[in-house]
Design a binder for this molecule. Structure first.
Ligand code: HEC
Length: 120
């Protein structure tokens, strides 16, 4: 086999390896997550990165808090779908915003957003 053919073969093998490895992680659609969060005004109270303090924790902080916690996804889905009582920095409490999707209660979209938050 020529050197050219050999390196082409090696390159092909490498791409197959990448393709096999990629789907192991949950395929998060970051653009869809951002769009859904914007539509729901999540960024009124949350930032992605630390820095500017808003009423809610930055998503990076949320991801840190739930790192390696197996119940993270379930817990956050509950948090953004049930309107549970939320404590604000100034001490007052109100029901957390319930996420709206179209079609309503689309778990695929909600899970995608939650996984995106957890990947920050
Ligand atoms: C009116 C302000 C406000 C809006 C709008 C808002 N949040 Fe929050 N959110 C908060 C506050 C305040 C907390 C802190 C709750 C606590 O620590 O008790 C919080 C906490 C969270 C947490 C962390 C929960 C946990 O268990 O640590 C997540 C995740 C979250 N919000 C996601 C969202 C998403 C997604 C949206 C948009 C659908 C959203 N929030 C919209 C104020 C808001």
């Amino acid at each position: 086999m020529s050197n050219v053919a050999r390196s082409a073969l090696a390159a092909a093998a490498a791409s197959v390896a990448i393709l096999l490895l990629a789907p192991a992680a949950y395929a998060i659609d970051g653009e869809a997550a951002l769009a859904l969060a914007k539509k729901n005004s999540c960024f009124k109270c949350h930032t992605i990165e630390d820095g500017k303090e808003k009423d809610g924790p930055a998503y990076k902080k949320v991801a840190e808090k739930y790192k390696d916690k197996p119940e993270a996804e379930k817990r956050i889905i509950e948090h953004i779908t049930t309107g549970e009582t939320t404590k604000f920095a100034d001490g007052h409490e109100e029901e957390h915003k319930i996420i709206k999707t179209s079609p309503p209660k689309d778990m695929e979209q909600i899970k995608n957003l939650v996984q995106w938050i957890l990947s920050q």
